[in-house]
Ligand binder design. Sequence first.
Ligand code: AVJ
Length: 312
Amino acid sequence: MRNGRQSDVVGGTPPYTVRQSRQQMLFDVRDGLSRSPKQLSPKYFYDERGSELFEEITQLPEYYLTRAERLLLEQKIAPIVRAVQPCSLVELGAGSATKTHIILDEMRANGCAECYVPVDVSRDFLEATAVQLRADYPDVQITPVVSDITEPFALPPVASPTLVAFLGSTIGNFPREQAVRLLAHIAGEMGATDRFLLGADLIKDAAIITRAYNDPKGVTATFNLNILQRLNRELNANFPLGDYEHRAFYSSSQHRVEMHLVARRAHRVLIPEIGEITLDKGESIRTELSYKYDRQAESRREPQRGTAPGGF
Ligand code: AVJ
């Protein structure tokens, strides 16, 4: 990897930290709730509770994404590692370490696993992951980076070649233009021998997708509502949680899931540092977009972006 831009990093020693994340949160919340329709960035789902709830989602029978990706990784990681010969693994939006084990084990078996750099917005989650992985891989240098990948981020220098993994369909949260910008930024951080591994959910039967975001146990609903609970806790807001309903639907024309919180009655919310927000009955706050990809369309698009498909 190339050296990261140090201005984006506070302090020279790991874990690297993002500047003023509370200021950023206030800015994003003020901006999102003043739009029409109102929206909140899905990156704010992942406080400690939200990360736990997401873990729970990944174990639901309806949520096929995580299981499908794990199976694919298990089946395909050997030829990928053989082709790339990576010595470092950078994992964007690291989340839990299950997939990390699959990749690091294969790297080690292939003869080189020097550094692992998990990059995530959730500091607590990252720290826990780092502790666990240091125990499992005492010979690998583990350098967590607390960073918001929706903003330009820097990476510490690590041994080449680097495999940069962006898994879990996190790319789905970004509308086309932002996704292209993010991928271009990552490409700019990569050296000539580094390679990129992307995990994205594919377009499929609408009923299967809809079910994955509307589980009968209501874990996804709780995960969705947790974003308001977080604003109540961290920004002293007074969102009446019981007055919001979880709604998630798939748009076949836009190839995306939309997740909303719908107000059951008209009300006002006060966020002291932002002001008063008014919601009509039935008005919604959009909390997430989850784009589904098309393998053919992506490989047709890739050459135009100046990257060659890896062929896996
Ligand atoms: C982590 C963004 C891939 O979009 O499927 C799960 C988040 N939202 N259930 C997704 C999520 C509702 C998830 N990603």
